[in-house]
Design a protein around this ligand. Structure first.
Ligand code: UDP
Ligand code: MG
Length: 319
């Protein structure tokens, strides 16, 4: 049985030698063959040369270089499409997710689970801001999402071929892989682990990317924000009706000219609600537009290592 390890890498030249060393050690106990697919997601440093150097040294390693930076989720998808294994293990290049957890995950899979995901019980070496926003993100997402997406889990997981094939059948461009696995179903279980600090380099998720990622996740897994807009519209109608009673009342009772304060208040309240509603609709419309264009998710620039499957052909089938 073949085990595939898939790692998206962007500007990780310093992590790669350590990553490979620990992966080779962690997969040593595996009874079958192993392939390690390293995806270079448009790095601007020497990540690709680092990957090629590892391919030359170890026959199990394969490299895939995307034509430009497409983001973590697309890079991971590219690696998953190239993976040929019966079991597929995915993790980040920065070793925040310990490869040594593989043996525990394998044991769970032997008991019949299709998806064994890592659940972060603690995050080490990350800013309080990242911890707080990440904590909030998973909880809000879960309230909105129609399928339960496990809290505090990343893409660090071991999956079976049939679970992966289910996810690869989902053609959407806004990819939120952990949610897609949750949606696929099958038997799933989590293993708790402590998330280590990065071994090298900086995070590739600045605030702007985190916000984009959160929007993608929520808009891909829920239409509740659209319904919130409708609910708010009802709420404002009620408020407007009450205001109407008040305005008429004061007109009859006091014969006053309406004050500017209430006018300003009403105008700002309603324009706020309108803009928010428009914004939410715009988010969905934009996603619809991107999906409707139906462009390929990525292009492969170069490949390294032997036994490389024609990935492009697979993508063509996928669409
Ligand atoms: N990554 C990628 N493309 C990107 C951003 C990130 O392939 O555009 C990879 C990165 O090299 C790492 C993983 O995705 O292996 C997770 O990124 P990072 O560690 O920066 O995120 P964090 O752990 O800080 O959330
Ligand atoms: Mg990281």
């Amino acid at each position: 049985m073949l085990l595939s390890v898939v790692v998206p890498c962007m500007n990780e030249e310093a992590s790669i030698p350590m990553l490979v060393e620990r992966l080779i050690a962690a997969t040593d106990a595996w009874r079958g063959d192993t392939e390690i697919v390293l995806v270079d997601d448009g790095s601007t440093d020497d990540t690709w040369s680092a990957i090629c150097a590892q391919c030359a040294e170890h026959s199990a390693i394969r490299g895939l270089k995307l034509s430009m930076n497409r983001g973590h989720q697309v890079a991971l998808t590219a690696g998953l499409m190239a993976a040929k294994g019966e079991r597929i293990f995915m993790l980040d290049a920065d070793l925040q997710d310990p490869p040594e957890l593989l043996s525990d995950m394998m044991a769970m899979m032997d008991r019949g689970y299709d998806v064994v995901y890592g659940r972060r019980s603690e995050r080490k070496g990350e800013s309080w801001f990242k911890k707080v926003t990440a904590h909030g993100f998973y909880r809000v997402l879960n309230r909105l999402s129609d399928v339960p997406i496990p809290n505090d889990t990343g893409d660090f997981r071991l999956v079976t071929r049939r679970a992966l094939d289910a996810v690869l059948q989902m053609p959407e461009r806004a990819r939120f892989i952990r949610g897609m696995f949750a949606w696929a179903g099958f038997r799933q279980i989590g293993i708790e682990y402590i998330r280590d600090p990065r071994v090298a380099g900086e995070t590739k998720y600045p605030l702007s990317k985190m916000i984009r990622f959160a929007f993608d996740a929520m808009a891909s897994f829920s239409i509740k924000p659209l319904q919130i807009a409708t609910r708010m519209a009802f709420l404002t109608l009620i408020v407007a009706a009450l205001m109407g009673v008040y305005v008429f009342g004061s007109l009859i009772l006091y014969n006053t000219v309406a004050g500017w304060a209430s006018t300003v208040l009403i105008i700002s309240f309603f324009s706020g609600i309108q803009l928010l509603t428009l914004g939410i609709m715009g988010e969905y419309l934009g996603r619809l537009y991107v999906e409707a264009k139906g462009r390929p998710l990525f292009f492969v620039d170069e490949q390294a290592g032997d036994a490389v499957e024609p990935v492009v052909e697979k993508i063509a089938n996928h669409q």
